[in-house]
Write a protein that binds this ligand. Sequence first.
Ligand code: HEM
Length: 283
Amino acid sequence: MSISTIERLNPFVKEVINEPYSFYSYYRKVDPVHWGISANPNLPGAWYLFRYRDVMKVMESPMFGREASKVRNDGEGSPVPKAYRGFSSMVSNWMVFRDPPTHTRLRTIVNKVFSPKMVENIKPAIIGIVDCLLDRIHLQGEMDLVEDISFPLPIMVIADMLGVDPKDRPLFRQWALALQHASASRLTPSPEIYEQAEAATQGFIEYFKKEIAKRHLEPGKDLITALVKARDEGNKLNDEEILATCIHLLTAGHETTVNLISKGILALLRHPQQLKLLRSTRN
Ligand code: HEM
């Protein structure tokens, strides 16, 4: 690393993205509470915290939160401009952008499905999905890791949890990518990207409205049924929140898990000893 004076950190340049840890360690030493470059060019900067105790202080303090519109005088602060009304209002119901008490209410309903016991219960289904993807690869005789495993696997698992048809995944992928491009914090989306996200929101909403209606006639054991029950029996959330939660889950697992699988395999290929160890311990 070639920093001689304290420069303002820009975590969005290639040099830092490729090898962030030496930058983190440098700033932790010289300026642990640092005013760096923001992802949003309309903002003068952003605070970066490099020490665990500072991060915890912020995470635990009710003085900090996600709903910036509550503290900004201009009422702005939503991750999406208000002009894109469908997208903006749907995203405002994503728990990740909410503070308590709304966050707690939405999170409590979803938590049940992500408990260790529930995750253990869906393990056979996940193994089944992986086997099915591998069978297809076997027939092809070759594979593209990202296309053939990393992308389809998470979306199929989440579709399974929600109780929607995994065959619809080309649609989910197209819509999820449109939403992700428009809501990723490191980008400043163009109007075209927001328009695509607006269309994807409508697509998702139409799709999930039909799914929710189906659950009335035929309740299942899936997450959509659990959300519908929470609305009908406990009045714990409304229709917009059900739709937004389904869309949030289908989108949230996308980029993160795709990257985890792809980079995890890359790391194992670069460290054959670790691969050998993993192979010897799998059950
Ligand atoms: C390697 C995989 C994953 C990583 C690294 C990851 C990372 C994160 C991070 C850092 C946050 C906090 C974001 C913030 O507060 O700004 C978050 C929140 C969240 N993620 Fe993930 N995630 C992953 C997989 C998933 C999957 C598979 C799902 C859904 C099926 C999911 C659903 C969510 C939800 C709903 C939230 C909001 C939680 C809340 O506000 O309480 N994530 N994730």
